[in-house]
Design a protein around this ligand. Structure first.
Ligand code: SF4
Ligand code: SF4
Ligand SMILES: [Zn+2]
Length: 317
């Protein structure tokens, strides 16, 4: 038998001493002469680097600890991926049934002119905004106004995700301005959802130095104090529990022009895909709303049950 073939077979079967994974062909070749073979993952390489700086006994105890942690983490990730795959399959099967039932009931609808959109749900319990939350928000607003005042224009603000969001928002605006019916449908669907994507707004509401500086550039006569008053005047006495501090029972308490580009340009994956599709002809959108929010749908203990099914007529010209 060819010798090199035998060697490859042997090296292919090596396991990483740390995470226990079956090492790839390249990993195995790189570790061919090593008594302590490890894969090239960041975590395992980090453990390997400790070896030369420790006594064998100390390294052994570190290794046992890290091994346990890394393997537990890997098992958790595998379990999560499995859960996501199972949930995705289950929801798809349920959606297929809902679509079929709808088509059976409405003879003018076909698979070609109905688009199913699966959307999340915002939280709905209204509660007085706590003193701590309000104070945190005020502190955030004060700090970004102060910081924004140090720049003479938004172009000077250090580049971060808010700049990207601003660019994306302009693209979304362009698309929706071109097809106002698309904006109308999107608004109707967001109203049904009630802010499933606002649940991570906390007490920062995605407002940033860049947001404030951009607003200052457009309104140069406003002083920092006027800006501060403007933002704070919109604090709602009651807000949706567990959601952004500006999330009220009637939607966002902040006027659109005071919101961040992240908020103004954001659409969840379902709506984003719908807005980009070429098939926005006349027909209907079948909205399947589920109990989870935009951010927690894959968590094992979160309900994904259907809470509402609606047909929205579409007439895009
Ligand atoms: S963008 Fe999506 S998640 Fe956000 S409110 Fe609209 S439908 Fe809900
Ligand atoms: S500021 Fe308004 S749009 Fe933005 S996360 Fe909060 S409630 Fe939602
Ligand atoms: Zn490894």
């Amino acid at each position: 038998m060819n010798n090199s073939f035998t060697n490859l077979q042997h090296t292919n079967q090596s396991e990483c001493e740390v995470c226990g994974c079956n090492m790839s062909h390249v990993d195995a070749l790189l570790n061919k002469s090593s008594e302590f073979p490890v894969c090239r993952s960041f975590d395992c390489q980090r453990v390997l680097r400790l070896k030369s700086s420790m006594t064998p006994a100390l390294f052994k105890s570190h290794l046992e600890f890290d091994k346990k942690q890394i393997r537990q983490r890997r098992e958790k990730n595998i379990a999560l991926k499995k859960h996501v795959a199972e949930v995705t399959k289950k929801l798809q099967q349920e959606n297929d049934k809902i679509l079929q039932t709808t088509l059976d009931k409405h003879s003018h609808l076909t698979k070609e002119n109905v688009r199913l959109l699966q959307i999340p749900s915002g939280y709905s319990k209204l509660a007085p905004a706590s003193k701590t939350r309000v104070e945190k928000y005020i502190e955030h607003v004060n700090s970004i106004i102060e910081e924004a005042g140090k720049f003479s224009s938004a172009s000077e603000v250090v580049y971060d995700q808010h700049h990207d969001a601003h660019g994306k928002m302009l693209q979304v605006e362009k698309r929706l301005n071109k097809t106002p019916a698309l904006r109308d449908i999107s608004d109707r669907i967001c109203t049904m959802c009630k802010g499933g994507c606002c649940t991570k707004g906390g007490e920062h509401a995605y407002l940033s130095v860049f947001t404030l500086r951009t607003y200052m550039d457009a309104n140069p006569d406003l002083t920092a104090e006027m800006l501060r008053e403007l933002y704070l005047s919109h604090i709602s006495s009651q807000s949706i529990e567990g959601s952004c501090i500006n999330h009220s029972n009637t939607g966002c308490a902040l006027p659109r022009e005071l919101r961040s580009a992240i908020c103004n340009g954001y659409y969840c994956d379902a709506l984003k895909a719908y807005q980009k599709t070429d098939k926005q002809e006349e027909g209907a959108v079948l909205v399947v709303q589920r109990a989870y929010t935009n951010w927690n749908w894959s968590e094992p203990d979160v309900s994904n049950e259907v809470v509402n099914v609606s047909l929205v007529d579409v007439q895009i010209k």
